[in-house]
Design a binder for this molecule. Structure first.
Ligand SMILES: *[C@@H]1O[C@H](CO)[C@@H](O)[C@H](O)[C@H]1NC(C)=O
Ligand SMILES: *[C@@H]1O[C@H](CO)[C@@H](O)[C@H](O)[C@H]1NC(C)=O
Ligand SMILES: *[C@@H]1O[C@H](CO)[C@@H](O)[C@H](O)[C@H]1NC(C)=O
Ligand SMILES: [Zn+2]
Length: 377
């Protein structure tokens, strides 16, 4: 009986270990010259290769599947693994260009380890030029993929399954060392160069520094549960949400900052030689010294619809008795003045003048003195 149990548990153990070392699964399809996979395991790619693939998502109403583009750069020898994700919100496009440029320019003969780039994770959101992914059941509904991680592949709506497919067939099974999820503001908002980083993790502060961002939100992950960042954070893998500017643009300056960060990041992980370009080094040192760290975000929201004239811009230092916007009705009569919720720095503004009840006008960032906020609230 004892022997049988031992045999049984070792068979189980073998099965489990087989399960853990997932292999890349090829569906046999080729689209636009690139192979389609249903699971990615970068450990079975040969050294010194750059591979472009499609990761197949769950099927939609018509039985067809969205295919997520993936680029795998494997260096001349093994090493750490860096994931660059982008476009999980379909109207946030700057990060897609960062991924394209980094994976185009990377020199495999200098790379140790693996860089995986996802140039646009939310295929449906890009079709529809929106942040969301749409479910087509009944009269339809929307899902925020960046609140559904890690998810369960066979449960919930189409959007929830899509998120879980990304996680369980790619993000969550490749033993990444560090993860950067590139975002921007949503349509009609503005952002500077801005990072959400969990400074409580051992490498968290260092990553935030490497970005050289204008602003860092000290963030335990409570702002966005179910985000890519927080799902990796829970596994103990250092990760950031990197907001590089505004939605629906390709802003070359913001893209350049994301690009330079990515190369600093892989250099810091001993995956790549550090840049020797003195101008780049000098720019970065200046940026690093000027990062504004804050632990709390405060939105000024409107209670009714109307037109808002703004008197503040991102990166303005403001006082809480300072008017930052005024609402007018359709006849041009003043409805109300708006103030920031506290003294601090303007992080984001809503540039669409025509807004509705519950919309934000500005988001302010500051350091709350509440001890519960020290690591972010
Ligand atoms: C994951 O990567 C680390 C190095 O980054 C390595 O030490 C570890 O063995 C890897 N684990 C697996 C399961 O591949
Ligand atoms: C942030 O870091 C702390 C300390 O490592 C960890 O306990 C927590 O789960 C992390 N949270 C997220 C969302 O990354
Ligand atoms: C906010 O607090 C952090 C320490 O938690 C500090 O490093 C940072 O300089 C503070 N930021 C501001 C704007 O005072
Ligand atoms: Zn986003």
């Amino acid at each position: 009986m004892v022997k049988v149990t031992i045999l049984f548990s070792s068979v189980l153990g073998l099965l489990c270990s087989l399960n853990v070392s997932a292999k890349t699964e090829y569906t046999g399809d080729i689209i636009n010259g690139h192979k389609v996979i249903s699971k990615l395991d970068v450990s079975d790619f040969p050294l010194n290769t750059l591979t472009k693939l499609w990761l197949q998502m769950p099927r939609q109403v018509n039985g067809q599947a969205y295919q997520v583009p993936v680029i795998v750069a494997k260096g001349k020898q093994d090493g750490n693994r860096f994931l660059m994700n982008s476009g999980i919100h379909g109207d946030e496009l700057n990060g897609i260009r960062v991924v394209q440029r980094v994976l185009h320019d990377i020199d495999l003969s200098k790379l140790n380890g693996v860089v995986v780039g996802v140039p646009g994770a939310n295929v449906n959101g890009m079709y529809e030029s929106t942040r969301w992914i749409s479910n087509k059941e009944n009269s339809g509904s929307y899902v925020n993929l960046n609140r559904e991680m890690p998810g369960e592949p066979n449960k919930g709506s189409f959007g929830q399954r899509y998120a879980a497919h990304l996680w369980s067939n790619m993000y969550g099974i490749n033993n990444f060392t560090v993860v950067c999820d590139f975002h921007t503001t949503s349509t009609s908002g503005t952002y500077p160069n801005f990072v959400y980083a969990n400074l409580s993790t051992p490498y968290g502060y260092r990553i935030s520094e490497l970005t050289g961002a204008d602003v860092v939100k000290i963030d335990l992950g409570v702002t966005a549960p179910g985000s890519v960042q927080s799902a990796f954070g829970k596994k103990g893998i250092p990760s950031i949400t990197y907001e590089i500017g505004n939605g629906k643009f390709w802003q070359k300056d913001q893209i350049q900052r994301g690009y330079d960060y990515s190369f600093r990041q892989i250099a810091d992980l001993d995956m790549y030689p550090a840049t020797t370009d003195l101008a780049k080094i000098e720019t970065y040192e200046k940026q690093r010294k000027n990062i504004y760290y804050g632990n709390e975000l405060l939105d000024t929201k409107v209670k009714t619809g109307g037109f808002v004239e703004l008197y503040a811009n991102p990166m303005d230092i403001v006082k809480k008795d300072q008017i930052i916007g005024t609402m007018f009705d359709v006849f041009g009569s003043k409805v109300e003045d708006f103030y920031p919720k506290a003294d601090g720095l303007i992080l984001s503004t809503n540039v669409n003048p025509l807004i509705t009840a519950g919309n934000f006008i500005v988001t302010l960032i500051r350091n709350s003195t509440d001890p519960a906020c020290i690591n972010g609230c």
